[in-house]
Design a protein around this ligand. Structure first.
Ligand code: 6PG
Length: 231
């Protein structure tokens, strides 16, 4: 079922969405650091969030209090161009003084089974997150949680062996752990996502629709991602 507290934000194009998401992340960081001395942020992979990461690289924050986690990672060697962590480093993390010891990359190079076990220990020690940023695939997947692939809710991090989006082997934070976050924000842009957004809004049980934080979920869309009839 779709979370009852979904806030749909439609902004004119990617840069406006990137700016809004970056501002929300900074605001959440100030609140978390004030409340408990640190900020635990989960990053999205794929291409959509890159613009928000580039915007964050231009902003000021109490970076030494930030801790970074990844919602998922592809099982490819460290430094591989297709890694979500390589994209985030290049766009943002290489340009701000977040202590490297606070950046918790997924040991996905160890393969799905061992990678999930190892990252599961990391995530268990991090919960609850303060802010989870996600994207959505054209089939309604989020992180590496794909339609039709069920996982043990008791596991905070799960192995993925046959992802329909290459590469097939991945490590993903599970819905149950993602939902232990104060905020969840999801960035969805482009006409290719239109059908999944329509199905999500219609209440179809998609992986993206299962994720929501304590404060619900904020979805950031451009007009292209909306069905013409819904604009
Ligand atoms: C991944 C991502 C994945 C991504 C969506 C959207 O590793 O591929 O975690 O969940 O967020 O597939 O990807 P785009 O942003 O490239 O459309």
């Amino acid at each position: 079922m779709t979370s009852p507290n979904v806030r749909w934000h439609v902004l004119p194009q990617g840069e406006a969405i990137a700016e809004a998401v970056a501002e929300h992340i900074l605001r959440a960081a100030r609140r978390a650091i004030s409340a408990h001395g640190g900020f635990r942020l989960v990053l999205a992979g794929g291409t959509t969030p890159e613009s928000a990461y580039r915007r964050l690289a231009e902003m000021s924050a109490d970076w030494s209090r930030w801790s970074i986690y990844y919602g998922d990672e592809r099982c490819v060697p460290p430094g591989d161009e297709s890694r979500n962590s390589v994209m985030a480093d290049r766009a943002w993390l290489d340009h701000v003084p977040i202590p490297r010891a606070h950046i918790h990359t997924v040991p996905a190079e160890h393969g799905p089974t061992r990678g999930a076990e190892e990252y599961g220990a990391t995530v268990r020690n991090a919960l609850p997150f303060d802010f989870v940023l996600l994207g959505m695939g054209e089939d309604g997947h989020t992180a590496s949680l794909f339609p039709g692939q069920e996982h043990d809710d008791d596991e905070p991090v799960v192995p993925v062996y046959d992802a329909p989006k290459p590469p097939p082997e991945r490590v993903s934070v599970n819905t149950s752990a993602l939902n232990q976050s104060r905020e969840v924000h999801i960035m969805v842009t482009g006409a290719g996502k239109r059908d999944a957004v329509r199905r999500w809004k219609a209440g179809e049980d998609l992986p993206v629709g299962r994720v929501h934080g304590q404060c619900g979920v904020d979805v950031w869309l451009d007009p292209e991602a909306l069905d013409a009839s819904a604009k």
